[in-house]
Design a protein around this ligand. Structure first.
Ligand code: SF4
Ligand code: SF4
Length: 482
C-alpha cells in the first residue's frame, strides 16, 4: 500500500469527469479512419483501448481511479481474497498506454497510480495469472521473460569484439525482445552504431553479456521486488558508461523514468534512444528551446524560441549546420505511416510535464512562461523527432494516421496485456492497424520492437495489408545509411 499512499492527494483531484476516455482526432465526423489532415482539435473519439474492448466503467481510467480511491478508503478490502481477485481481473486489462494521463486536465499520474494499485494487490497476496507470475519467475531466474538461456543473450551479435568491449564509452542496452525475438532489429542497431563509429560521429561502443531484463513488464505489473532486483544489477553495470543507447521504447522508458524513481543509487548514464542519437546527428535540435529543425534551417521553427526565432532572434550559427549526417540513398518502397509508441511519447510527455511543474512550483525557476516554452518542445520531441527524420529521407512520403502523438491509439502490447490477455492484445493491435491501412501507406513504421512484434502478429493473424510490412525505423535507417 506504501506506493499507492503516495498518490492519495492526486486521487482526490479526480472529479470523475471521464475526459480521460477520449482522444482528439482529425476527424470531425467521428468515424475516425483516414489520413490525418493537420487539424487535431475537431472530433473526440473513444481512445482508451481497455474501455473500447470491455465497455464497462471499471475498465475506463475514471473507474480505475475510483477503485484506487475505494481501496485507500477501505471501501474495497484487498485483504479479502474475492475482492482483490475481482479488482485484479479488471485492473490488469489495461496496457498502461497513458492516454488517460494526457487527457486529464487535473494532471493525474494515471499510469503510476494504476501501477501502485497493482503493487498493492501483489503485496496483499493476489493470485497472479500464471503468465504474469511466469514473467516474474523467469526474469528472476533466467534474466529474461522468454525462457531463454542467459548465455545466448548476445548470440545474435555480428561483431563479437563489441561484446564486453573494454574500450567502449557507449553501451547499447539491447533488451530481451530484440535479443531473443527480434534479432533483425538488434543487428540493424549494431550495424548503425558501427557505421556511426566508422564515420567518427560516436566513440566506440559495447554490448554487455551480463545485461539483464530492464524489468519493464514487472514494474508495469506491480511486481516490484524482482523489478528492483534487476534494476540494481543494470544500474551497477551501465553506470560505468557516459551514454546508454536503446532500440526499445520500453527499456528506454524503464531505465530512465522507473530507475530514476526507484533507484537508491544515482543514475550516472545519459539514456538515449538510438533514433534520438541519429536525430541529433541529422537535424538541428535548438539548444534554446529543444525544437527539432531541418539541417538547413536558418532560424528555429519555434516562433517563441527565446534565442533563435525569426521574430527578433538571431540565425543559427554556421557550426550548427556542419558535419551533419546526411542520407543520400533514395527510399523506393512506398509511402509510410508512423505509429507513436506509448513508452516514448505519452510516458515521457507526462514525465516532462511533471518536471516542468516541479520547476515552477518548487525551488527552481518560477517563471512559468520561460519554463513552459522549452518544456512544451521537450515534451513534443518524440512526436516531432521521427517525423523530422522521415522528412529528411529522400523519397520517403509520410501518410499520417488520423490520431497521432499524444492522441495515438495504443497497439495494446504493454502493461502485461500481451502475456496475460493475448486476444485483447491482438484485437487492440488490429484496431490500430485498421487506422494505419486507411492512410493508404505501404509500410507501417514504429520505434519499439514490442509494438512491432504485436502489430506484426496481428497483421498476420487477421491477414491484413501490413502482413510482413510492420518495420522499425532503425531497420529502415540501417538500409539507407552507408
Ligand atoms: S482522471 Fe482526470 S480526466 Fe479522468 S475522470 Fe478523473 S479528473 Fe477526469
Ligand atoms: S492507460 Fe490506456 S488503457 Fe489504461 S485506462 Fe488509461 S487510457 Fe485506458
Amino acid at each position: 500500500m506504501e506506493e499507492l499512499l503516495k498518490f492519495k492527494d492526486d486521487l482526490y483531484k479526480c472529479i470523475h469527469c471521464r475526459a480521460c476516455r477520449f482522444a482528439y482526432s482529425g476527424e470531425p465526423n467521428r468515424e475516425g479512419l483516414g489520413e490525418h489532415n493537420g487539424v487535431l482539435y475537431e472530433g473526440m473519439m473513444d481512445g482508451c483501448p481497455a474501455g473500447i474492448e470491455y465497455g464497462w466503467e471499471g475498465y475506463w481510467n475514471a473507474g480505475r481511479m475510483w477503485i484506487a480511491r475505494a481501496v485507500l478508503e477501505g471501501d474495497l478490502d484487498i485483504h479479502d481474497k474475492k475482492t482483490r481477485q475481482e479488482i485484479y481481473d479488471i485492473l490488469y486489462r489495461c496496457p498502461t498506454c497513458g492516454l488517460c494521463s494526457m487527457q486529464c486536465e487535473n494532471n493525474l499520474p494515471t499510469v503510476p497510480i494504476n501501477e501502485a494499485l497493482r503493487a498493492a494487490l501483489v503485496e496483499a497476496g493476489v493470485e497472479l495469472l500464471p503468465k504474469h507470475k511466469g514473467l516474474r519467475d523467469l526474469i528472476d531466474t533466467k534474466n529474461n521473460p522468454y525462457n531463454e538461456e542467459h548465455k545466448n543473450r548476445t548470440a545474435w551479435v555480428t561483431d563479437k569484439s563489441k561484446i564486453d568491449n573494454p574500450n567502449a564509452k557507449i553501451a547499447y542496452f539491447v533488451g530481451c525482445t530484440a535479443a531473443y525475438r527480434m534479432n533483425d532489429m538488434a543487428r540493424a542497431t549494431e550495424d548503425i552504431l558501427n557505421k556511426l563509429q566508422k564515420k567518427g560521429y560516436i566513440p566506440d561502443f559495447t554490448i554487455l553479456s551480463d545485461e539483464v531484463c530492464c524489468g519493464s513488464v514487472i514494474f508495469r505489473t506491480g511486481q516490484l521486488d524482482v523489478a528492483k532486483k534487476v534494476m540494481r544489477i543494470n544500474v551497477e553495470k551501465f553506470n560505468k558508461y557516459e551514454t546508454v543507447v536503446f532500440s526499445c521504447a520500453g527499456c528506454y522508458r524503464t531505465m530512465k523514468i522507473d530507475y530514476e524513481r526507484f533507484s537508491e543509487v544515482e543514475l550516472k548514464y545519459n539514456p538515449k534512444h538510438v533514433i534520438e542519437l541519429i536525430a541529433e546527428l541529422m537535424l538541428i535540435k535548438c539548444p534554446a528551446c529543444g525544437k527539432w529543425n531541418d539541417p538547413d534551417a536558418e532560424y528555429c521553427g519555434n516562433d517563441f524560441c527565446p534565442k533563435y526565432s525569426k521574430r527578433g532572434g538571431v540565425p543559427f550559427p554556421a557550426e550548427f549546420h556542419e558535419n551533419k549526417l546526411k542520407i543520400e540513398k533514395k527510399w523506393t518502397k512506398g509511402a509510410v505511416t508512423w505509429h507513436d509508441p506509448c513508452h516514448t511519447v505519452r510516458h515521457f510527455c507526462h514525465y516532462l510535464k511533471d518536471k516542468a511543474i516541479d520547476e515552477v512550483t518548487g525551488e527552481g525557476d518560477s517563471n512559468m512562461w520561460r519554463t513552459y516554452v522549452p518544456s512544451k518542445f521537450e515534451r513534443e520531441r518524440w512526436i516531432e523527432m521521427p517525423r523530422a527524420i522521415i522528412r529528411n529521407i529522400p523519397g520517403m512520403e509520410l501518410k499520417e494516421m488520423y490520431r497521432i502523438g499524444e492522441n495515438s491509439l495504443c497497439c495494446c502490447a504493454g502493461g502485461g496485456v500481451k502475456a496475460g490477455y493475448p486476444d485483447f492484445a491482438l484485437e487492440g493491435a488490429k484496431r490500430r492497424i485498421e487506422e494505419a491501412e486507411a492512410t493508404g501507406a505501404d509500410i507501417l513504421m514504429t520505434a519499439c520492437p514490442f509494438c512491432e512484434l504485436n502489430m506484426g502478429q496481428a497483421a498476420e493473424e487477421f491477414k491484413m495489408k501490413f502482413e510482413g510490412k510492420v518495420l522499425d525505423l532503425l531497420e529502415i535507417l540501417n538500409e539507407l545509411i552507408d
